[in-house]
Design a protein around this ligand. Sequence first.
Ligand SMILES: [Zn+2]
Length: 113
Amino acid sequence: MRKRLQRLEERKKEVARNLPLITKVIRGTFIPWYGVCKNPGCRCHRDKRYLHGPYYRISYSKGRRTHHIYVPLKKKERVKTLVDNYQKVWEGIEKISALNVEMIKLKNDKDGK
Ligand SMILES: [Zn+2]
């Protein structure tokens, strides 16, 4: 059992090591979009194929409302990473939680519950 526990402990550390920093997250959806410009003579107004973009925004909910925030092109990669990190942190928490449950089960079995 000790070896089993050690292995679980190692796996937990491994998961924790690969987690993004908790300070580097955004809860939201990263959305590329295309739009028309202010020039009425531009071909983007006549044909969807010529829409400008992609531009990026994040949509996120707060209470019952959905909000959008524009993401400057320069910050696209950085912001997308923050959005992806949010998911990774939660997946990591789920994994660690499951490992902790396994460890408690093992210890319970050892103690005869
Ligand atoms: Zn245009």
